[in-house]
Design a protein around this ligand. Structure first.
Ligand code: ADP
Ligand code: MG
Length: 238
């Protein structure tokens, strides 16, 4: 069994089939991307994985355990969205420490883990700043640190970089990949940006209309698209 396994996942909203009998497998330490056009069901799949949305049918296993009916807070998942959603009245350190305080981690441990995380995401010197004093890229690094500091089993990223300028986005893609490898963090990244998927992924799952239409390494997908849709979407189409 894979580290994260999704089996026969289906979801309907008001009679509209948004996910159709979807299967997905992710190995420990992999960075897998869900890539597809807007509206194809990527965010819904991620929300089901996090426990925020319940599936109609299907099973989810994480680290060998059936978590289909486990509450979001007990799934040991970290999530980062496109909007940073930081607490405006808390400093960088306090934002990152928040989840640990909720979990009643001892104070000395919190201090250590927060500082470690701040260095990992490259925010040393910004500990006492407030979110409004940071750039978009820096705010998103706080959001990433806040998720990682709780040591989740799986990190879910829903278009975390799409609100950022192209150059900052490229830098953060590289940093994200470095951090993900350093922590061996099993990660699912949602994006509609083909270049981003090609640049950071171990494997890509291509979605269209609520189905997985192809999955494989970036190289496989690029050189052997199974359909005209994939070829067009990846941009390897003449
Ligand atoms: P993506 O993230 O790939 O853009 P989504 O998963 O957000 O796609 O949405 C897939 C489809 O499901 C869309 O047609 C969207 O309108 C619909 N949808 C998503 N969430 C809800 C909801 N809570 N209620 C009704 N329809 C929804
Ligand atoms: Mg989405």
């Amino acid at each position: 069994m894979s580290y994260v396994q999704i089996e026969h996942m289906s979801k309907t909203f008001h009679g509209q089939h948004v996910l159709k009998q979807l299967d997905l497998a992710i190995e420990k330490g992999e960075l897998v991307t869900l890539l597809g056009p807007s509206g194809c069901g990527k965010s819904t799949l991620l929300r089901i994985l996090s426990g925020l949305t319940a599936p109609d049918t299907g099973k989810i296993y994480i680290d060998g355990k059936d978590v289909t009916d486990v509450s979001p807070k007990n799934r040991e998942i970290g999530m980062v969205f496109q909007s940073y959603a930081l607490f405006p009245n808390l400093t960088v350190s306090q934002n990152i420490a928040f989840g640990l305080e909720m979990n009643k981690v001892p104070k000395a441990d919190i201090r250590l883990r927060v500082q470690e995380m701040i260095e990992l995401v490259g925010l040393a010197g910004k500990e006492q700043n407030y979110p409004r004093e940071l750039s978009g890229g820096q705010q998103q690094r706080v959001a990433l640190a806040r998720s990682l500091v709780t040591r989740p089993k799986v990190l879910l990223l829903d278009e975390p970089l799409s609100a950022l300028d192209a150059q900052i986005r490229k830098n953060l893609q590289k940093q994200l990949r470095t951090i993900q490898r350093e922590l061996n963090m099993t990660t699912v990244l949602v994006t509609h940006d083909q270049e981003e998927a090609m640049a950071v992924s171990d494997r890509i799952y291509i979605m269209n209309g609520g189905r997985i239409v192809q999955h494989g390494s970036p190289h496989e997908i690029y050189t052997q698209p199974h359909s005209e849709f994939v070829a067009r979407f990846i941009g390897n189409y003449n």
